[in-house]
Unconditional design. Structure first.
Length: 576
């Protein structure tokens, strides 16, 4: 299934009109007509995946149903076949037990005549949007936001999105719309409520040798890869880049005897394309090069149509520019064509020292300064917004860990990566990809995340642990160069280890200022370019976002396009 929209008849006035509004949003995003179900207290629309129309729904006809969104895997079954297994377990009173065995990134929607329950995968890696009273719940942020009588700007989320590309935790750009939280199950009825069961975050660090841990992780990844092959066979696609994650995935598939359909994003001179092409030639592998940055000079009318289409396809806000050529969603449709599974290397950093910090406790505010401060404070119209931004992130870290902590243990920092950063970043990506087809992030499966949290930091440094896994899976692939200037057939050379070690030792406050120092030589603003002028011409003004940012101080194109994307969103919603 590619999308759903739930509305409570008891909690929402004018439910039929709001349901009709949601259907307009889904239609503009490319969805077909919904399958509509209703109970005594709710109305519910289900949408098939865009293009294929795949809709994973079992409706018994007596008010009971099961539906899944995203990619739900149980044993060697996916989609409708997996739902049949869950339906049998439900009849036998074993649904909760069977859900504990499910894999993938998904939400399961279980309905009765008067109630609906929305279960989610253990890592809550598929986004579900909700109102505070649970009167409206949907896979679409825009569908929820446009059903509301008013939308208020969420100031903290504005800052998070502009500085990071995503909103963190449960926040969205609109105050009245929340994302379902980590471990949250939604019980929707006449008196709805949410329960929360979070994954265990503080797993003990293993004292086993690196060889033993390598075998454990390799075995777990190999088991998962073979399962995907049994379900999808060769109907699998995989991006190949110059880094660790996609190389390891390709190595795992080759080790299991299957080669996915490979593609690489970038123009002919990009590092990813050059490295992936060299690997493909040497290994005799077909490779498709997809250039998503084709020159684009549309007329103002065509540009406006393109942006509106992107706006709905990407559900109002995402990491992807709504001002970019449609080649992005053309490529997405292609990699899911024919019901193919797209295997994604996202979250592979669980196997590396992602934050680049030494193996010792760190103050919460220093973690925020070290990692979440890639912006120039001068662009903030109100200096107090920097404190608001940092306090918001500290609160979301506390929510993940269960309490506020001035100092974080190093393993707690490792847990923040999958359960806050990954959930926010790849949750958004999953929601968009899941609209079109089946997608899976093997490194984000709960078994792999749990194993990764037990790996000592020293093993993860310099990419050494992932290099070992690549060599273990496919020594031939390990011999090829990478974007890091060396191959994976041995641990990183001394020069890289030395440079990385020095980076690990940089004080957090110095890291916070590194971004500003790198931007000092930048002259002009993105708004002065032809592209920027085209975007600003479409918007008419940046009156709303200029309350938060001094546009003359914005020199980073990423920040500029995110600010403009929010301006477009808030103008569309008439947000206050």
């Amino acid at each position: 299934m590619g999308g759903f929209f739930y509305i409570s008849k008891h909690l929402c006035a004018d439910a039929e009109r709001k349901l009709a509004t949601s259907r307009t949003n889904f239609r503009e995003a490319g969805f077909g007509a919904p399958v509509a179900l209703s109970g005594a207290s709710y109305a519910l629309d289900f949408y098939g995946k865009i293009g294929s129309g795949i809709i994973n729904l079992i409706d018994t006809g007596d008010g009971s149903f099961l539906a899944s969104i995203g990619t739900l895997i149980l044993d060697d079954a996916v989609g409708q076949d997996a739902l049949r297994k869950l339906q049998e377990a439900r009849r036998a009173g074993r649904l909760a037990t069977e859900l504990g065995r499910c894999l993938g990134q998904y939400a399961l929607i279980a309905g009765e005549r008067s109630a609906v329950t929305i279960y989610r995968d253990i890592n809550s890696s598929y986004e579900i949007f909700r109102t505070a009273d649970l009167g409206i719940v949907s896979s679409s942020f825009l569908a929820v936001a446009t059903a509301l009588p008013r939308c208020s700007i969420n100031r903290a989320s504005v800052l998070e999105y502009v500085f990071n590309g995503v909103t963190l935790g449960t926040g969205t750009p609109v105050q009245e719309v929340q994302k379902a939280g980590l471990g949250e199950t939604l019980h929707l009825s006449h008196a709805p409520f949410a329960t929360r069961t979070c994954p265990i975050l503080s797993l003990p660090v293993s004292n086993e040798p690196v060889e033993a841990l390598t075998e454990q992780v390799f075995d777990a990844l190999s088991d998962h890869t073979r399962r995907l092959i049994r379900i999808f066979g060769g109907n699998t696609t995989l991006a190949l880049s110059g880094g660790y994650d996609t190389r390891l995935l390709l190595a795992l598939f080759r080790h299991a005897g299957t080669i996915p359909r490979l593609f690489v994003y970038g123009d002919g001179g990009s590092q990813d394309v050059l490295i992936a092409s060299d690997i493909a030639r040497a290994e005799g592998l077909p490779l498709e090069v997809v250039d998503k940055h084709l020159p684009l000079q549309p007329s103002p009318e065509d540009f406006a149509k393109m942006v509106r289409r992107n706006f709905h396809i990407y559900d109002g806000f995402s990491q992807i520019w709504i001002f970019r050529h449609e080649r992005e969603h053309e490529a997405r449709a292609a990699r899911h064509a024919g019901g193919a599974l797209n295997v994604h290397g996202g979250a592979g950093e669980v196997l590396r020292n992602f934050f680049g910090l030494p193996d010792r406790p760190i103050a919460t505010n220093h973690l925020i300064a070290a990692f979440f401060s890639q912006f120039d404070r001068r662009m903030c119209r109100n200096p107090a917004d920097v404190q608001l931004y940092e306090a918001s992130i500290a609160g979301k870290i506390a929510d993940i860990l269960g309490r506020e902590q001035r100092v974080l243990l190093r393993q707690q920092v490792e847990a923040i990566y999958p359960h806050l950063r990954c959930r926010s970043w790849f949750g958004r990506d999953n929601s968009i990809n899941g609209r079109v087809g089946y997608s899976n992030l093997p490194f984000y499966e709960s078994r792999i995340v749990d194993l990764s949290l037990r790996i000592p930091i020293g093993y993860k440094n310099y990419g050494s642990f992932q290099s070992r896994l690549i060599r273990r899976a496919d020594p031939a692939l390990a011999k090829h160069p990478s974007q890091y200037g060396h191959s994976f057939e041995a641990d990183a050379p001394f020069r890289q280890r030395a440079a990385s070690w020095l980076g690990y030792q940089r004080p957090a406050l110095l890291r916070r200022n590194m971004y500003r120092l790198r931007r000092l030589r930048k002259v002009g603003t993105p708004g002065e370019t032809a592209f920027g002028a085209q975007v600003l011409g479409l918007l008419g003004s940046t009156e709303i976002m200029s309350r938060y940012f001094d546009m003359t101080a914005v020199t980073d194109t990423e920040h500029f396009v995110r600010i403009c994307a929010l301006e477009y969103l808030y103008q569309f919603l008439s947000a206050e």
